[in-house]
Design a protein around this ligand. Structure first.
Ligand code: NAP
Length: 482
């Protein structure tokens, strides 16, 4: 089943940082795939920009190599590849200097959609916005795309919002959280709001608790210096897990409109309770079996930064009071797995007697790998011998349900095309980001004040043992990471 291609207007997309890791691994392959699907209309251009000196031909050769290295699907089609490379241009420029800016301004066309993708380190975001303004490229129709991290805390996020606001209106700013571009994450909204089945039960009366897990097997790798300043709380919870929590917990927006959706997400963030120290477990992976420890990888033997965090979060509103959300994320864990598990309460009365083996209904939404959903329900075990209950899985893999040839687009494919379409629904608004930092900052400040030491955990494990206690003491348990 081929994905439906929605046409967009011709566009000029400038990628600042076109020679960098993100551009090579994600942005350029995503654009190529959309091009191959026929979604880049004739006359559209992708203009690379970075300090590296390339002429047009040199940049095209660079992108050709990049695509060969980074496209994981379908054998390259030489004609499509050549046509895509034809749509590329390049300007060498320095975000902090004057070089290249006049040349870039001269390339811009007034009559097409114009977007600038800031795929450079966050310290350059302000410099780029200022130069776009100074060189007359911050026109009212221009869009800018800003990568994460959006600030390091509330103060820096506010300052960045103010810098961008000096040149661009909020409707022109697309703050990326690539989790929102994942098909399964968008599916959370479809499941909740396109079915009558779940919404009546979607509250503290019927839901016992929610678990959100984003587990990685990789360590910090080459991101050591950045990661050691950030940690799991800033790198994952403040943005990705927070977004997942919002989509699960928000009220139904009145329509699928960017501000209607983002208004509801913001209300959830504002209703989050402060997290008590005893409701958080921080961890740091130890070394073992030939694998380097966190401290070795970041080359900082005194680091107190967490590579794992688990926390219990309460939401003080009518819908959720009394239903805890347990969040956990970490590196070097047993498996790469992201999922949301919604555990329902037991029925008020068992007609099968007190001793009947009982398992609560659980709706599991798998974000990766094997995107899909499982609903665990109780049935009668077949055969004679009385009413024996058993819990079974109603299991749906999207790949199976939608057909094996259904290409699930990468998050960046969806998000870049939404920028071109001018649809901000899957991008974070400035006030949302600030509210998320306002909730996160006191948690981190407390750790810093008390010089809190993360608990070591074995690589390949499920995280520190203390994280188990976070749920055990509430009579609950984490789902296995596998
Ligand atoms: P990177 O590999 O270090 O690339 C940085 C890019 O910026 C390069 O193209 C570099 O090219 C360019 N650059 C550096 N200084 C410049 C200057 N003064 N003027 C113009 N261009 C300059 O970084 P990255 O990993 O691609 O990350 C880019 C952004 O995406 C960051 O904000 C990062 O936090 C975010 N991000 C990255 C990932 C990822 O998986 N990589 C994931 C999520 C978010 P030259 O050296 O040629 O100038």
């Amino acid at each position: 089943m081929a994905a439906r291609v929605i046409p967009v207007d011709p566009f000029d997309l400038v990628i600042f940082g076109a020679t960098g890791d993100l551009a090579q691994r994600k942005i350029l392959p995503a654009l190529y795939r959309r091009f191959a699907e026929g979604q880049m209309p004739a006359g559209s251009r992708v203009i690379g920009a970075a300090r590296t000196e390339f002429d047009k031909a040199g940049f095209r050769a660079f992108v050709d190599e990049t695509l060969t290295a980074c496209l994981d699907t379908d054998p390259p089609n030489p004609e499509i590849r050549a046509a895509f490379l034809d749509a590329l241009d390049y300007v060498a420029l320095d975000a902090r200097g004057d070089q290249g800016w006049t040349a870039l301004a001269a390339l811009m066309r007034p009559d097409v959609v114009r977007a600038f993708y800031f795929s450079v380190g966050p310290s350059l975001f302000g410099a780029l916005a200022e130069r776009l303004g100074a060189h007359g490229m911050a026109t009212p129709d221009t869009r800018i795309v800003v990568e994460k991290p959006f600030g390091h805390d509330l103060t820096t996020a506010r300052a960045l919002n103010a810098t961008l606001a000096a040149h661009f209106r909020e409707t022109q700013i697309y703050r990326i959280d690539h989790y929102l571009g994942k098909e399964t994450v968008q599916n959370l909204m479809a499941v909740r709001f396109a079915n009558v089945l779940f919404e009546p039960l979607w509250n503290a009366r019927f839901i016992d608790h929610v678990q959100i897990t984003v587990a990685e097997t990789v360590g910090v790798g080459g991101r050591g210096p950045y990661y050691d300043r950030a940690g799991a709380m800033r790198d994952m919870v403040q943005n990705h897990l927070m977004q997942l929590l919002c989509l699960i917990a928000m009220e139904p927006p009145y329509c699928f409109d960017p501000d209607a959706v983002r208004d509801e997400k913001l209300k959830v963030i504002k209703a989050l309770d402060p997290v008590a120290r005893g409701d958080i477990v921080r961890g740091q992976y130890a070394g073992g079996a030939g694998a380097a420890s966190y401290l070795d990888e970041v080359e900082n033997p005194d680091s107190l930064t967490e590579s794992y965090v688990a926390l219990k979060v309460g939401i003080s509103n009518w819908r959720w009071k009394g239903t805890p959300f347990y969040l956990r994320t970490g590196k070097r864990l047993r498996a790469r797995a992201s999922e949301i598990a919604v555990t329902f309460r037991d029925p008020p009365h068992s007609i099968f007697g007190e001793d009947a083996p009982w398992k609560a209904n659980v709706l599991v939404i798998r974000l990766q790998p094997d995107e899909g959903m499982t609903l665990r329900v109780m049935i009668k075990e077949p055969g004679p011998g009385g009413m024996r209950l058993k819990d079974v899985a109603l299991d749906m893999s999207f790949a199976e349900a939608l057909g094996d040839d259904m290409h699930i687009p990468d998050a960046y494919e969806r998000l870049i095309m939404d920028v071109i379409r001018g649809n901000q629904t899957l991008f974070m608004r400035g006030d949302e980001v600030e509210a998320a930092w306002a909730w996160t900052d006191p948690i981190i400040a407390e750790w810093q004040k008390t010089a809190d030491t993360p608990r070591p955990y074995d690589p390949g494990s499920s995280g520190p043992d203390d994280a188990l206690m976070l749920m055990h003491r509430d009579g609950r348990r984490w789902r296995e990471i596998r």
